[in-house]
Structure formats: C-alpha cells, structure tokens
Design a protein around this ligand. Structure first.
Ligand SMILES: *Cc1c(COP(=O)(O)O)cnc(C)c1O
Length: 256
C-alpha cells in the first residue's frame, strides 16, 4: 500500500488514503478525550501523560498518516519490522516524519539489540542484565546514549515468557545494570498488566516498584503503563507514558 504524497497511482488509492487519515484523526481525537478525562479524574495535569501510538503490524502508510496528524511517538514491537518500517517512513520525507520518536516495545532478543540501539528513542523492554549489556554495546557502537526502561513482570511466579519482564524481586539488579552502563540512560520502568488480572491492582504494584527504583535513581521518572483497554487505571496509578494501539488503529491485522 502506497500513500506517498500525491501518490494517487492506484485506482481508489488516494480516496482510500483520505478515508484512512480521517479515520485515524477521529480515533486520535477520541483517545485524547479519554486521556484528558482520565487525567482529570486522577487530578493530574494532561501534560503529565504522553502517548506512544503502537503501530506494530500496521503499514508504513499508517505511520505517515499519524505523523502528518501530529503524532510524535510511535511504538514497534518486533525489531525487524520496526527497522524496515522506519527506513520506509523516513525515505518518504513526509510531513512530521523527521520528528518521530521510535519506541521499542516488546520482547527483544539480544542478537537484535545492536540494531535497535541504533534507532530507538526509548527502549521499554530491557529485562535482564545480559540484554542491558547487549544494548549498551549496541549504543556504544552507534555512538549514542540510549534511554532505557526496565520492564517489570507483574505476573509474579506465573511469569509470562512471551511478554517478558523481570519479576519485582529481580528489579534492582537489572535497574542497577542499566544505570551503570556507560551508553545507557535509565529513564524508568514499564509493564503490561497481566492477562485476566485487575489492572488497577497490577498498576498499583508497578507504581510501588517504580517508587522504589526512583528512591535510588531519581532520574528514573518514566512510568510506561496502560494500553487501549486499561489506560484509565494506568493514569490513575501514575503512568507517564501510555502505549496505545487498537484504540487508534483498530483491531490488529494477523501477525505476518
Ligand atoms: C501492542 C502493544 C501495546 C498496545 O496494545 P493495544 O492493546 O493495541 O493498545 C502496548 N504495549 C506493548 C508492549 C505492545 O506490544
């Protein structure tokens, strides 16, 4: 699917692109209303909460629409998809694309850490000392300091391998490893509410863990929590960064 500016080559392509952009614009307005209401309900300022629009599985054309609509933070979960999509988006030079911050979410293999360290504005999913070391090497090789969140596994001992995260008792070791790494900057913590659990209770545990991290590392102020179905609970628990996919882009196409 091509929506290069003026790329009305395909039959119906331009009309489809206009319709998609309007759909995304409306979804962004609805999301903004929801976030504003959640902030008001929690007695927090709207400017305390950022939104990363999670574009995994969606084409580069959607990222172009989002950038043109003023979105500045996009999130990707799979390293290969993210790298290719980012190149495709940047190559268009479309409005807003140069200002995009690309967030790396989701399980990250150590052998992909070098590539991700070269482009990620923020890695949300560091969950081991070995991954921290791999990210540190990658960032060093790229000549940059990479902002990192440590992902917390809120499942307790029923840890979800697929989602990743370090169980709360192991958090200090990974946090300290990130903080000590010369090419990493510890920005805070991230979590996904466990499936089937009460998100408010899960995010309360996360907020507690985050407060303990901040006691040792005052700069670790980012709390990445809350998705399409539980962003209100996350805002109430103090989230500073929401990661929202389906509420903006719709139901995800099947993983390719
Ligand atoms: C896909 C994804 C999201 C967005 O989830 P939605 O339910 O689509 O809002 C958030 N965080 C992570 C880590 C994800 O992989």
């Amino acid at each position: 699917m091509s929506v290069a500016p003026g790329g009305a080559g395909e039959q119906g392509g331009a009309e489809g692109a206009v319709a998609r952009r309007e759909e995304l614009a409306a979804a962004l307005r609805r999301l903004d209303d929801r976030v504003a209401a959640a902030c008001a309900a929690a007695g927090r300022g709207r400017d305390e909460v950022g939104v990363v629009v999670t574009t995994k599985t969606w084409p580069a054309s959607d990222v172009l629409h989002l950038a043109a609509l003023g979105v500045r933070d996009v999130g990707e979960a799979r390293a290969q998809e993210a790298g290719a999509k980012r190149e495709e988006v940047l190559a268009t030079g479309g409005p807003g694309t140069g200002d995009l911050r690309w967030h790396a979410l989701g399980r990250l293999q150590r052998n992909k850490a070098g590539a991700v360290a070269a482009w990620a504005s923020l890695v949300h999913s560091c969950d081991s000392e070995r991954l921290a070391a791999a990210l540190d090497r990658g960032a060093g090789a790229a000549g940059r300091v990479l902002p990192v969140l440590v992902q917390v596994d809120l499942d307790g001992d029923e840890g979800d391998e697929a989602r990743g995260g370090v169980p709360v008792p192991g958090l200090p070791a990974v946090v300290d490893a990130v903080a000590a790494a010369g090419s990493l900057r510890l920005d805070g913590v991230m979590a996904v509410a466990p499936r089937g659990a009460d998100p408010a209770a899960a995010f309360a545990r996360l907020a507690d863990a985050a407060a303990r991290v901040r006691a040792d590392h005052p700069g670790a102020t980012v709390l990445s929590a809350g998705m399409s179905d539980d962003l209100e609970q996350a805002v109430a628990a103090g989230a500073t960064l929401l990661r929202v996919g389906r509420a903006v882009l719709g139901a995800r196409p099947p993983l390719g």
